[in-house]
Design a protein around this ligand. Sequence first.
Ligand code: COD
Ligand code: ATP
Length: 364
Amino acid sequence: MAVLTIGLTGGIGAGKSTVARRLGALGAVVIDADVVARDVVRAGGDGLAEVVAAFGSRVVGADGELDRVALGAIVFADADRRALLERIIHPRVRERAERLERSAPADAIVVHDIPLLVESGQAAAFPLVIVVAATVETRVARLIRHRAMPAGQARARIDAQASDADRLAAADVVLRNDGPVDALDESVDRLWNERLLPFEANLRRGQSPPRPEPLVVVPLDPSWPEQAARLIARLRRALGAAVVRADHVGPTAVGRPAVDVLDIQVVTPSVETARAGVARCAGIGLVPDGAGASADREQVLGRLREADPGRLVNVRLVPRQSPLWADELRLRDWLRADPDGRGDASADGYAQARAWAERRGWSP
Ligand SMILES: CC(C)(COP(=O)(O)OP(=O)(O)OC[C@H]1O[C@@H](n2cnc3c(N)ncnc32)[C@H](O)[C@@H]1O)[C@@H](O)C(=O)NCCC(=O)NCCS
Ligand SMILES: Nc1ncnc2c1ncn2[C@@H]1O[C@H](COP(=O)(O)OP(=O)(O)OP(=O)(O)O)[C@@H](O)[C@H]1O
Protein backbone atom coordinates (compact mmCIF):
# COMPACT_ATOMS: atom_id res chain seq x y z
CA MET A 1 0.00 0.00 0.00
CA ALA A 2 1.15 3.50 -0.79
CA VAL A 3 1.88 5.94 2.03
CA LEU A 4 -0.57 8.81 2.34
CA THR A 5 0.90 11.93 0.73
CA ILE A 6 -0.56 15.38 1.18
CA GLY A 7 0.19 18.46 -0.95
CA LEU A 8 0.45 21.66 1.09
CA THR A 9 0.69 25.03 -0.60
CA GLY A 10 -0.15 28.70 -0.29
CA GLY A 11 1.03 32.07 -1.58
CA ILE A 12 4.15 33.54 -0.01
CA GLY A 13 3.47 34.71 3.55
CA ALA A 14 0.11 32.92 3.80
CA GLY A 15 1.32 30.64 6.60
CA LYS A 16 2.28 27.43 4.84
CA SER A 17 5.39 26.85 6.94
CA THR A 18 3.40 27.56 10.11
CA VAL A 19 0.92 24.83 9.13
CA ALA A 20 3.75 22.47 8.12
CA ARG A 21 5.41 22.93 11.50
CA ARG A 22 2.19 22.12 13.31
CA LEU A 23 1.59 19.02 11.17
CA GLY A 24 5.18 17.97 11.86
CA ALA A 25 4.60 18.34 15.61
CA LEU A 26 1.47 16.17 15.30
CA GLY A 27 3.51 13.41 13.63
CA ALA A 28 3.60 14.11 9.90
CA VAL A 29 6.80 13.63 7.89
CA VAL A 30 7.23 17.06 6.30
CA ILE A 31 9.23 17.51 3.10
CA ASP A 32 9.81 21.24 2.61
CA ALA A 33 10.53 22.12 -1.05
CA ASP A 34 12.16 25.42 -0.04
CA VAL A 35 14.64 23.56 2.17
CA VAL A 36 15.31 20.96 -0.54
CA ALA A 37 15.72 23.78 -3.10
CA ARG A 38 18.46 25.24 -0.89
CA ASP A 39 20.20 21.89 -0.53
CA VAL A 40 20.43 21.25 -4.25
CA VAL A 41 22.46 24.46 -4.83
CA ARG A 42 24.98 24.03 -2.02
CA ALA A 43 28.61 25.00 -2.72
CA GLY A 44 30.50 22.33 -4.65
CA GLY A 45 27.43 20.63 -6.13
CA ASP A 46 26.43 20.32 -9.77
CA GLY A 47 23.24 22.31 -9.07
CA LEU A 48 25.21 25.42 -8.18
CA ALA A 49 27.58 24.83 -11.10
CA GLU A 50 24.61 24.86 -13.48
CA VAL A 51 23.16 28.00 -11.92
CA VAL A 52 26.55 29.74 -12.30
CA ALA A 53 26.82 28.58 -15.92
CA ALA A 54 23.42 30.17 -16.59
CA PHE A 55 23.61 33.35 -14.47
CA GLY A 56 27.35 34.06 -14.12
CA SER A 57 29.62 34.28 -11.11
CA ARG A 58 27.83 37.41 -9.87
CA VAL A 59 25.33 35.06 -8.14
CA VAL A 60 28.04 33.46 -5.98
CA GLY A 61 29.14 35.06 -2.69
CA ALA A 62 32.68 35.36 -1.32
CA ASP A 63 32.05 32.18 0.71
CA GLY A 64 31.38 30.16 -2.46
CA GLU A 65 27.69 29.76 -1.60
CA LEU A 66 24.81 30.96 -3.78
CA ASP A 67 24.10 34.68 -3.26
CA ARG A 68 20.34 34.34 -2.85
CA VAL A 69 19.69 38.06 -2.63
CA ALA A 70 21.49 38.70 -5.92
CA LEU A 71 19.76 35.80 -7.69
CA GLY A 72 16.38 36.78 -6.23
CA ALA A 73 16.79 40.35 -7.60
CA ILE A 74 17.37 38.90 -11.08
CA VAL A 75 14.66 36.25 -11.24
CA PHE A 76 11.79 38.09 -9.57
CA ALA A 77 12.24 40.96 -12.06
CA ASP A 78 12.25 38.74 -15.17
CA ALA A 79 9.92 35.81 -15.87
CA ASP A 80 12.24 34.26 -18.49
CA ARG A 81 15.20 34.25 -16.13
CA ARG A 82 12.96 32.77 -13.43
CA ALA A 83 11.85 29.99 -15.77
CA LEU A 84 15.50 29.27 -16.56
CA LEU A 85 16.33 28.95 -12.86
CA GLU A 86 13.29 26.73 -12.27
CA ARG A 87 14.35 24.41 -15.10
CA ILE A 88 17.63 23.86 -13.25
CA ILE A 89 16.24 23.55 -9.72
CA HIS A 90 12.81 21.92 -9.96
CA PRO A 91 13.84 18.51 -11.41
CA ARG A 92 16.49 18.21 -8.70
CA VAL A 93 13.98 19.15 -6.00
CA ARG A 94 11.48 16.57 -7.26
CA GLU A 95 14.04 13.83 -7.45
CA ARG A 96 15.23 14.47 -3.90
CA ALA A 97 11.70 14.89 -2.52
CA GLU A 98 10.72 11.53 -4.04
CA ARG A 99 13.73 9.93 -2.43
CA LEU A 100 12.80 11.40 0.96
CA GLU A 101 9.23 10.16 0.52
CA ARG A 102 10.43 6.64 -0.23
CA SER A 103 12.42 6.58 3.01
CA ALA A 104 9.33 7.44 5.13
CA PRO A 105 7.85 4.67 7.32
CA ALA A 106 4.95 2.66 5.85
CA ASP A 107 2.39 4.28 8.16
CA ALA A 108 3.65 7.84 7.67
CA ILE A 109 1.57 10.79 6.59
CA VAL A 110 3.97 12.59 4.27
CA VAL A 111 3.27 16.30 3.80
CA HIS A 112 4.92 17.90 0.77
CA ASP A 113 5.21 21.63 1.48
CA ILE A 114 5.50 23.08 -2.05
CA PRO A 115 5.10 26.83 -2.68
CA LEU A 116 4.68 26.29 -6.43
CA LEU A 117 2.51 23.17 -6.28
CA VAL A 118 -0.24 24.67 -8.44
CA GLU A 119 2.10 26.55 -10.82
CA SER A 120 4.05 23.37 -11.54
CA GLY A 121 0.93 21.28 -12.16
CA GLN A 122 1.51 18.83 -9.32
CA ALA A 123 -1.86 19.04 -7.56
CA ALA A 124 -3.22 15.83 -9.13
CA ALA A 125 -0.25 13.85 -7.82
CA PHE A 126 -1.65 14.04 -4.27
CA PRO A 127 -4.82 12.48 -2.91
CA LEU A 128 -5.44 15.65 -0.90
CA VAL A 129 -4.31 19.25 -1.41
CA ILE A 130 -4.36 21.75 1.46
CA VAL A 131 -4.18 25.45 0.61
CA VAL A 132 -3.32 28.02 3.27
CA ALA A 133 -4.90 31.34 2.34
CA ALA A 134 -4.72 34.92 3.58
CA THR A 135 -5.38 38.26 1.89
CA VAL A 136 -2.55 39.86 -0.08
CA GLU A 137 -2.49 42.81 2.35
CA THR A 138 -2.03 40.49 5.34
CA ARG A 139 0.70 38.53 3.56
CA VAL A 140 2.65 41.63 2.51
CA ALA A 141 2.39 43.02 6.05
CA ARG A 142 3.76 39.74 7.47
CA LEU A 143 6.68 39.64 5.06
CA ILE A 144 7.62 43.24 5.88
CA ARG A 145 7.27 42.66 9.61
CA HIS A 146 8.71 39.18 10.12
CA ARG A 147 11.10 38.82 7.19
CA ALA A 148 12.14 42.46 6.78
CA MET A 149 11.27 42.11 3.10
CA PRO A 150 10.63 45.43 1.28
CA ALA A 151 6.98 45.73 0.13
CA GLY A 152 8.07 45.88 -3.55
CA GLN A 153 9.90 42.55 -3.26
CA ALA A 154 6.97 40.91 -1.50
CA ARG A 155 4.63 42.04 -4.29
CA ALA A 156 7.06 40.93 -7.00
CA ARG A 157 7.01 37.40 -5.55
CA ILE A 158 3.24 37.44 -5.22
CA ASP A 159 3.02 38.50 -8.89
CA ALA A 160 5.33 35.61 -9.81
CA GLN A 161 2.91 33.09 -8.24
CA ALA A 162 -0.50 31.67 -9.13
CA SER A 163 -3.55 33.80 -8.37
CA ASP A 164 -5.56 33.03 -5.24
CA ALA A 165 -8.41 31.81 -7.47
CA ASP A 166 -6.16 29.27 -9.23
CA ARG A 167 -4.81 27.99 -5.94
CA LEU A 168 -8.27 27.69 -4.40
CA ALA A 169 -9.49 25.73 -7.43
CA ALA A 170 -6.86 23.09 -6.60
CA ALA A 171 -7.76 22.96 -2.89
CA ASP A 172 -9.55 20.07 -1.23
CA VAL A 173 -9.08 21.82 2.10
CA VAL A 174 -8.69 25.57 2.60
CA LEU A 175 -7.15 26.80 5.85
CA ARG A 176 -7.84 30.53 6.25
CA ASN A 177 -5.06 32.31 8.09
CA ASP A 178 -6.13 35.94 8.45
CA GLY A 179 -6.66 35.68 12.21
CA PRO A 180 -4.49 34.62 15.14
CA VAL A 181 -2.08 31.67 14.94
CA ASP A 182 -4.05 29.88 17.69
CA ALA A 183 -7.09 29.67 15.43
CA LEU A 184 -4.97 28.26 12.61
CA ASP A 185 -3.43 25.67 14.95
CA GLU A 186 -6.87 24.60 16.06
CA SER A 187 -8.02 24.02 12.46
CA VAL A 188 -4.85 22.04 11.75
CA ASP A 189 -5.36 19.85 14.83
CA ARG A 190 -8.96 19.16 13.85
CA LEU A 191 -7.96 18.30 10.27
CA TRP A 192 -5.25 15.96 11.53
CA ASN A 193 -7.42 14.11 14.04
CA GLU A 194 -10.69 13.95 12.16
CA ARG A 195 -9.48 13.49 8.62
CA LEU A 196 -5.80 12.77 8.04
CA LEU A 197 -5.30 10.10 10.73
CA PRO A 198 -8.34 8.03 9.72
CA PHE A 199 -7.52 8.61 6.02
CA GLU A 200 -4.07 7.10 6.53
CA ALA A 201 -5.36 4.14 8.57
CA ASN A 202 -8.04 3.38 5.95
CA LEU A 203 -5.58 3.60 3.08
CA ARG A 204 -3.07 1.32 4.79
CA ARG A 205 -5.78 -1.29 5.48
CA GLY A 206 -7.28 -0.91 2.01
CA GLN A 207 -10.67 -0.01 3.41
CA SER A 208 -13.13 2.85 3.08
CA PRO A 209 -14.77 4.48 6.11
CA PRO A 210 -18.26 3.37 7.14
CA ARG A 211 -20.87 5.41 5.32
CA PRO A 212 -23.65 7.24 7.16
CA GLU A 213 -26.80 5.15 7.16
CA PRO A 214 -29.07 6.28 5.61
CA LEU A 215 -27.32 8.67 3.24
CA VAL A 216 -29.43 11.81 3.17
CA VAL A 217 -30.16 14.20 0.34
CA VAL A 218 -28.39 17.53 0.80
CA PRO A 219 -28.89 20.85 -1.02
CA LEU A 220 -27.11 21.34 -4.35
CA ASP A 221 -23.43 22.07 -3.74
CA PRO A 222 -22.10 24.28 -6.55
CA SER A 223 -18.58 22.91 -5.95
CA TRP A 224 -19.51 19.32 -6.94
CA PRO A 225 -18.34 19.78 -10.56
CA GLU A 226 -14.98 21.21 -9.37
CA GLN A 227 -14.56 18.40 -6.86
CA ALA A 228 -15.26 15.91 -9.64
CA ALA A 229 -12.77 17.66 -11.93
CA ARG A 230 -10.03 17.31 -9.30
CA LEU A 231 -10.76 13.62 -8.84
CA ILE A 232 -10.80 13.05 -12.60
CA ALA A 233 -7.42 14.80 -12.92
CA ARG A 234 -6.03 12.43 -10.27
CA LEU A 235 -7.48 9.38 -12.00
CA ARG A 236 -6.02 10.46 -15.34
CA ARG A 237 -2.62 10.94 -13.77
CA ALA A 238 -2.72 7.61 -11.92
CA LEU A 239 -4.14 5.57 -14.79
CA GLY A 240 -2.54 7.26 -17.80
CA ALA A 241 -3.37 5.46 -21.03
CA ALA A 242 -5.90 3.30 -19.21
CA VAL A 243 -8.39 6.19 -19.42
CA VAL A 244 -10.37 6.47 -22.65
CA ARG A 245 -12.66 8.98 -21.01
CA ALA A 246 -13.63 9.92 -17.46
CA ASP A 247 -16.84 11.66 -16.47
CA HIS A 248 -18.72 12.98 -13.51
CA VAL A 249 -21.94 10.97 -13.41
CA GLY A 250 -24.62 10.06 -10.88
CA PRO A 251 -26.84 12.24 -8.69
CA THR A 252 -24.25 14.96 -7.95
CA ALA A 253 -23.70 15.46 -11.68
CA VAL A 254 -27.26 16.46 -12.42
CA GLY A 255 -27.38 19.95 -10.89
CA ARG A 256 -29.93 19.21 -8.18
CA PRO A 257 -29.96 18.36 -4.50
CA ALA A 258 -28.52 14.87 -4.10
CA VAL A 259 -26.91 12.39 -1.79
CA ASP A 260 -23.38 13.74 -1.25
CA VAL A 261 -21.42 10.93 -2.89
CA LEU A 262 -19.37 11.85 -5.94
CA ASP A 263 -19.72 9.32 -8.80
CA ILE A 264 -17.01 9.09 -11.43
CA GLN A 265 -17.05 6.74 -14.39
CA VAL A 266 -13.81 5.80 -16.13
CA VAL A 267 -13.92 4.08 -19.52
CA THR A 268 -10.88 1.87 -20.14
CA PRO A 269 -9.50 0.42 -23.39
CA SER A 270 -10.04 -3.20 -22.32
CA VAL A 271 -11.29 -5.57 -19.66
CA GLU A 272 -7.71 -6.12 -18.47
CA THR A 273 -6.98 -2.40 -18.08
CA ALA A 274 -10.18 -1.95 -16.08
CA ARG A 275 -9.17 -4.74 -13.70
CA ALA A 276 -5.56 -3.61 -13.40
CA GLY A 277 -6.55 0.03 -12.89
CA VAL A 278 -8.04 -0.62 -9.47
CA ALA A 279 -4.68 -1.49 -7.94
CA ARG A 280 -3.06 1.66 -9.28
CA CYS A 281 -5.25 4.10 -7.39
CA ALA A 282 -3.93 3.68 -3.83
CA GLY A 283 -1.53 6.56 -4.50
CA ILE A 284 -4.50 8.86 -5.05
CA GLY A 285 -6.30 7.71 -1.92
CA LEU A 286 -8.76 5.22 -3.45
CA VAL A 287 -9.31 1.64 -2.30
CA PRO A 288 -10.99 -1.31 -4.03
CA ASP A 289 -14.69 -1.63 -3.30
CA GLY A 290 -15.69 -5.26 -2.95
CA ALA A 291 -19.40 -4.49 -2.71
CA GLY A 292 -21.62 -3.33 -5.55
CA ALA A 293 -24.62 -4.50 -7.50
CA SER A 294 -24.13 -7.98 -8.89
CA ALA A 295 -26.14 -7.19 -12.02
CA ASP A 296 -23.45 -4.98 -13.55
CA ARG A 297 -20.51 -6.71 -11.92
CA GLU A 298 -19.33 -8.42 -15.05
CA GLN A 299 -19.33 -5.30 -17.13
CA VAL A 300 -18.15 -2.73 -14.57
CA LEU A 301 -15.15 -4.77 -13.43
CA GLY A 302 -13.51 -2.14 -11.28
CA ARG A 303 -14.97 -0.28 -8.34
CA LEU A 304 -13.18 2.08 -6.01
CA ARG A 305 -14.13 4.07 -2.96
CA GLU A 306 -12.50 6.76 -0.88
CA ALA A 307 -10.17 6.09 2.03
CA ASP A 308 -10.66 9.77 2.96
CA PRO A 309 -13.48 10.17 5.50
CA GLY A 310 -13.94 13.76 4.30
CA ARG A 311 -15.12 13.09 0.75
CA LEU A 312 -17.30 10.12 -0.22
CA VAL A 313 -16.75 8.88 -3.76
CA ASN A 314 -17.66 5.95 -5.99
CA VAL A 315 -15.45 5.32 -8.99
CA ARG A 316 -16.31 2.66 -11.51
CA LEU A 317 -14.11 1.42 -14.31
CA VAL A 318 -15.94 0.14 -17.36
CA PRO A 319 -14.29 -1.35 -20.45
CA ARG A 320 -15.01 0.40 -23.73
CA GLN A 321 -16.72 -2.72 -25.12
CA SER A 322 -19.52 -2.52 -22.57
CA PRO A 323 -22.68 -0.57 -23.42
CA LEU A 324 -22.96 0.40 -19.74
CA TRP A 325 -20.90 3.54 -19.84
CA ALA A 326 -22.80 5.22 -22.64
CA ASP A 327 -26.08 4.43 -20.87
CA GLU A 328 -24.79 6.07 -17.74
CA LEU A 329 -23.91 9.25 -19.63
CA ARG A 330 -27.26 9.25 -21.44
CA LEU A 331 -29.06 8.88 -18.15
CA ARG A 332 -27.13 11.80 -16.65
CA ASP A 333 -27.76 14.00 -19.66
CA TRP A 334 -31.40 13.07 -19.72
CA LEU A 335 -31.73 14.01 -16.06
CA ARG A 336 -29.88 17.26 -16.66
CA ALA A 337 -32.34 18.15 -19.37
CA ASP A 338 -35.19 16.69 -17.25
CA PRO A 339 -37.73 16.45 -20.04
CA ASP A 340 -40.68 15.34 -17.87
CA GLY A 341 -39.68 16.66 -14.50
CA ARG A 342 -39.23 13.07 -13.36
CA GLY A 343 -35.75 13.49 -11.95
CA ASP A 344 -37.21 15.11 -8.90
CA ALA A 345 -34.58 16.54 -6.64
CA SER A 346 -33.05 13.53 -4.97
CA ALA A 347 -31.20 10.29 -5.24
CA ASP A 348 -34.66 8.75 -5.21
CA GLY A 349 -35.46 10.81 -8.24
CA TYR A 350 -32.31 9.49 -9.85
CA ALA A 351 -33.17 5.90 -9.01
CA GLN A 352 -36.69 6.40 -10.38
CA ALA A 353 -35.31 7.85 -13.57
CA ARG A 354 -32.94 4.96 -13.86
CA ALA A 355 -35.78 2.48 -13.45
CA TRP A 356 -37.82 4.47 -15.95
CA ALA A 357 -34.91 4.41 -18.39
CA GLU A 358 -34.51 0.65 -17.95
CA ARG A 359 -38.20 0.08 -18.70
CA ARG A 360 -37.67 1.97 -21.95
CA GLY A 361 -35.07 -0.44 -23.09
CA TRP A 362 -31.80 0.98 -21.72
CA SER A 363 -29.58 -1.64 -20.26
CA PRO A 364 -27.78 -0.35 -17.20
C1 COD B 1 15.48 33.00 -6.08
C2 COD B 1 15.93 32.39 -4.77
C3 COD B 1 17.44 32.09 -4.82
C4 COD B 1 15.67 33.43 -3.66
O1 COD B 1 16.02 32.87 -2.43
P1 COD B 1 15.38 33.39 -1.03
O2 COD B 1 16.24 32.83 0.05
O3 COD B 1 15.23 34.88 -1.11
O4 COD B 1 13.92 32.82 -0.98
P2 COD B 1 13.43 31.30 -0.60
O5 COD B 1 14.09 30.32 -1.49
O6 COD B 1 13.57 31.10 0.87
O7 COD B 1 11.90 31.35 -1.03
C5 COD B 1 10.94 32.05 -0.25
C6 COD B 1 9.64 32.09 -0.96
O8 COD B 1 9.74 32.78 -2.22
C7 COD B 1 8.79 32.24 -3.13
N1 COD B 1 9.50 31.73 -4.33
C8 COD B 1 10.71 31.11 -4.41
N2 COD B 1 11.00 30.77 -5.68
C9 COD B 1 9.94 31.16 -6.42
C10 COD B 1 9.64 31.10 -7.80
N3 COD B 1 10.48 30.52 -8.66
N4 COD B 1 8.45 31.63 -8.21
C11 COD B 1 7.60 32.20 -7.35
N5 COD B 1 7.84 32.29 -6.03
C12 COD B 1 8.98 31.78 -5.57
C13 COD B 1 8.11 31.08 -2.38
O9 COD B 1 6.92 31.53 -1.81
C14 COD B 1 9.10 30.71 -1.32
O10 COD B 1 8.48 30.10 -0.21
C15 COD B 1 15.18 31.07 -4.45
O11 COD B 1 13.86 31.37 -4.10
C16 COD B 1 15.16 30.07 -5.58
O12 COD B 1 16.15 29.41 -5.82
N6 COD B 1 14.01 29.96 -6.29
C17 COD B 1 13.90 29.05 -7.40
C18 COD B 1 13.54 27.67 -6.93
C19 COD B 1 12.08 27.58 -6.58
O13 COD B 1 11.22 27.66 -7.45
N7 COD B 1 11.78 27.41 -5.30
C20 COD B 1 10.44 27.27 -4.85
C21 COD B 1 10.16 25.92 -4.29
S1 COD B 1 10.73 24.54 -5.26
N1 ATP C 1 -1.88 34.01 11.87
C1 ATP C 1 -0.70 34.66 11.92
N2 ATP C 1 -0.58 35.80 12.63
C2 ATP C 1 0.60 36.47 12.66
N3 ATP C 1 1.72 36.08 12.06
C3 ATP C 1 1.67 34.95 11.34
C4 ATP C 1 0.46 34.18 11.23
N4 ATP C 1 0.71 33.10 10.46
C5 ATP C 1 2.00 33.19 10.09
N5 ATP C 1 2.58 34.28 10.62
C6 ATP C 1 3.97 34.77 10.42
O1 ATP C 1 4.05 35.27 9.10
C7 ATP C 1 5.27 34.87 8.46
C8 ATP C 1 4.93 34.05 7.22
O2 ATP C 1 4.39 32.80 7.62
P1 ATP C 1 4.95 31.42 7.03
O3 ATP C 1 6.43 31.41 7.07
O4 ATP C 1 4.23 30.32 7.71
O5 ATP C 1 4.42 31.63 5.55
P2 ATP C 1 4.71 30.78 4.25
O6 ATP C 1 3.40 30.69 3.56
O7 ATP C 1 5.39 29.52 4.59
O8 ATP C 1 5.68 31.70 3.43
P3 ATP C 1 6.80 31.25 2.35
O9 ATP C 1 6.07 31.07 1.08
O10 ATP C 1 7.74 32.37 2.34
O11 ATP C 1 7.45 30.00 2.84
C9 ATP C 1 6.07 34.09 9.50
O12 ATP C 1 6.99 34.95 10.11
C10 ATP C 1 4.99 33.62 10.50
O13 ATP C 1 5.51 33.49 11.79
